[in-house]
Design a protein around this ligand. Structure first.
Ligand code: ASP
Length: 316
């Protein structure tokens, strides 16, 4: 794992398309000489605050029982320290709780009550995250059929149906940054699959699956079927390929290729990733046509929206 020798740090912020609402906040930090870690956290917080984004933070779509459960992670490429939280129900900024895990505890991941306890200890305010709009969509999405006391079997049947449902709502935000000192950071935040089984964690809080970052090589983050990115260790696979000398596009192809042949419960497997290498090259891939990512580089007056390269995943 030898880093390449020629290296000119290039200040850069890359995100999934729904991260566009956070680009200015992230860029303000990077362009003022701030850290990549501060930039990705600040950018993700903007998306967590966005009530129109039902896949992240406040107003995220809830689980099968109508409870919002947020997941997030953050990684520092300089130290390869990381923080992650899952199943957060009452705090709108899981990315900042993830940072508190990383900086204040000797742990990497907290879930549920423990994550909320830490959030309260560091001064965050609890609130109800389920908006009337998200609740109405949930009622329609689960056809008003499910109640908290429903049997496990009934809930499982409903979740199995979601895999084959082309309308099922998904989303997540990814941010990757390089700062003026050449340090990298990555952040991912999500409310996960709409109507997911209670307690389900996707790839977003799993370091190596939905998020990975290493100053020496690059960074990657995913959206799409979290179960696939966990099984394929997708973000880490890409960075490992970079560490072995693969150019960025080849490493991204390799991370997608590692997903081929995984059996899936039904429907078309969906995977998207954004990635960058330490020289500031960036890319976006998707298994679906017509998707985009955003990037802001030194010298630009605003971010640009770029098409993702379509790479299909062969299901078994
Ligand atoms: N990857 C997210 C999850 O599985 C969802 C998504 O990106 O659509 O929770």
């Amino acid at each position: 794992m030898t880093p390449s020798t020629s290296y000119n740090p290039c200040v850069l912020l890359v995100a999934s398309a729904n991260g566009s609402v956070g680009m200015s906040a992230g860029w303000a930090i990077l362009s003022a000489g701030g850290t990549a870690l501060d930039a990705v956290e600040a950018a993700a917080r903007e998306v967590e605050d966005n009530p129109d984004d039902h896949s992240v933070g406040y107003s995220g779509y809830p689980n099968l029982l109508g409870q919002v459960e947020l997941d997030a992670s953050l990684m520092d490429g300089q130290t390869r320290r990381a923080g992650a939280v899952g199943g957060v129900r009452r705090f709108r900024h899981p990315v900042s709780i993830a940072r508190a895990v990383m900086e204040r505890l000797p742990h990497v991941m907290l879930v549920g009550d423990g994550a909320e306890r830490l959030a309260a200890e560091v001064g965050m305010e609890p609130e109800d995250l389920l908006t009337p709009e998200a609740e109405a969509a949930w009622r329609e999405g689960v056809n008003g059929e499910l109640k908290p006391e429903d049997s496990r079997r009934r809930l499982l049947d409903r979740v199995a149906g979601l895999f084959a449902d082309p309308e099922h709502v998904a989303g997540t935000v990814n941010f990757l940054a390089i700062d003026s000192r050449g340090h990298l950071a990555s952040a991912v935040s999500t409310s996960g699959w709409a109507w997911k089984y209670p307690g389900r964690l996707g790839d977003s809080p799993v370091i190596g699956a939905g998020n990975y970052c290493d100053d020496r090589f690059g960074a990657a983050a995913c959206t799409g079927w979290g179960e696939l990115a966990i099984r394929g260790v997708t973000a880490h696979t890409l960075v490992t390929l970079l560490s072995q000398g693969a150019p960025l596009e080849e490493a991204a192809n390799g991370a997608f290729a590692a997903l081929s042949g995984l059996d899936v419960p039904g429907g078309e497997p969906i995977m998207n990733l954004v990635a960058l290498d330490r020289e500031g090259r960036h890319t976006g891939l998707s298994s679906q046509p017509g998707t985009a990512y955003v990037a802001w580089e030194e010298g630009m007056s605003n971010y640009v929206t770029l098409p993702r390269r379509v790479v299909s995943i062969a299901a078994r």
